[in-house]
Write a protein that binds this ligand. Structure first.
Ligand code: NAD
Ligand code: ZN
Length: 355
């Protein structure tokens, strides 16, 4: 991944922690401290594999599981730990976990002593997205990801070994971002998903190919627009309505990916209107979401008024105008200003389909 100020590699494969150590021996030998930041779930499941394959001395700092680590308290605790361990600018942080651990660790790395190197070691499917691109953040009680920085990792090590222990709900969540990467980049690849009958029917080899493709889509867009001035907005496909669902239901009560999958349905309806996406594609994706058992009932648990309030608060809303990432054709995104009335019509339609 090449950005203005940095270039880094993304390595993918199964059981590649050992070769990662061999490749980085010089760097790790030079570091005065290596600190692994991970959550309790991941560490419980993977400490053995990590210790067996990681060849250097390290300090470990555990944070609460999942989203609950993206708080000011956790951020402060990590900084305190680093100071107590006499970390310096010659220390390296390893973010071992899902998107939450990656976002927290990246933000800590961007601010500890004005910036120290960190390496992303994603352990979820969703984190194929979050580990690449350098967006780091913690949450504020007034809004998710409100406090953060653009700060790129030194390397991304995506060892598929970790994915084996993912519960089905997290596979489902991560898959939504993979499907998003397909929809914004490649019609043929997108249509492959329509054939899918269930989460269990996904072949491992197939998933690994999708993850590599998804990372390439993300990396290409980040290279064009690291700071989200233009092209990077395309990655918000499904997220305007999706974030509103996530915020209305409550973070942690619905996975990010499940909300994004729901959000892509109205985004496709709008793409049929404002773009030239063939009529019926939104319904095809709705049916796919049903087959893969995304919980679409969540929509019925929010009122449109609630969703509208959150959509207006979205970081991407300017002067009350909703800026939706839509598709001209499948694989070909653009940004469109959409009125709340139009979104309401799509929301009505979606509710009818769900009932
Ligand atoms: P997560 O980090 O919250 O992990 C989900 C759950 O899975 C947690 O309970 C975690 O403990 C567990 N887990 C992680 N790896 C596991 C494994 N290998 N086996 C079993 N359990 C495991 O969630 P996520 O879905 O990976 O990421 C969501 C976060 O990512 C959100 O905070 C979101 O804001 C952020 N995000 C960031 C970006 C970005 O560009 N920075 C992009 C998308 C999402
Ligand atoms: Zn997302």
């Amino acid at each position: 991944v090449r950005t203005k100020d940095s270039t880094y590699e993304v390595h993918l494969g199964e059981n590649i922690l050992q070769s990662f150590c061999e490749r980085n021996t010089e760097e790790f030998d030079k570091a005065d401290q290596i600190v692994v930041i991970t959550d309790e779930n991941v560490w419980g499941l993977h400490q053995h594999y990590f210790d067996k394959n990681f060849a250097f001395d390290y300090k470990i700092h555990l944070v609460p599981n999942g989203e609950s680590c993206k708080t000011f308290d956790s951020y402060f605790d990590v900084q305190t730990f680093l100071l107590q361990e006499n970390c310096s600018r010659n220390s390296i942080l390893l973010a071992l976990g899902g998107g939450a651990v990656g976002d927290l660790t990246g933000f800590v790395a961007s601010t500890f002593m004005r910036g120290i190197p960190f390496i992303q070691i994603p352990t979820t499917i969703l984190a194929h997205d979050s580990a690449v691109g350098g967006k780091t953040a913690i949450n504020h009680p007034n809004g998710k990801n409100m406090i953060g920085a653009f700060y790129q990792p030194k390397e991304v090590l995506y060892d598929f070994h970790f994915l084996q222990t993912l519960p089905k709900s997290e596979v489902r969540s991560g898959l939504a971002e993979v499907i998003k990467h397909a929809l914004i980049s490649d019609v043929k690849w997108s249509n492959e998903f329509l054939q899918l009958e269930s989460i269990d029917a996904i072949q491992k080899e197939e998933l690994l190919i999708w993850l590599e493709k998804g990372i390439r889509v993300k990396a290409n867009i980040v290279e064009l627009d690291e700071k989200e001035k233009s092209y990077r907005k395309y990655l918000n496909f499904g997220h305007t309505y999706g974030h509103a669902i996530e915020a209305s239901i409550g973070y942690g009560k619905i996975t990010h990916g499940e909300a994004v999958m729901i959000g892509m349905i109205p985004a496709l309806m709008l793409s049929e209107i404002h773009g030239e996406v063939k009529s019926g594609y939104a319904h095809d994706i709705f049916q796919l979401a049903n087959k893969l058992e995304y919980n679409l009932q969540h929509v019925l648990n929010c009122t449109f008024e609630q969703l509208a309030t959150f959509m207006l608060k979205d970081k991407k809303t300017t002067n009350g105008e909703l800026h939706f990432a839509l598709l001209k054709h499948i694989g070909d995104p653009f940004i469109q200003v959409v009125s709340m009335d139009e979104v309401k019509k799509c929301d009505d339609q979606l509710r009818k389909w769900i009932k």
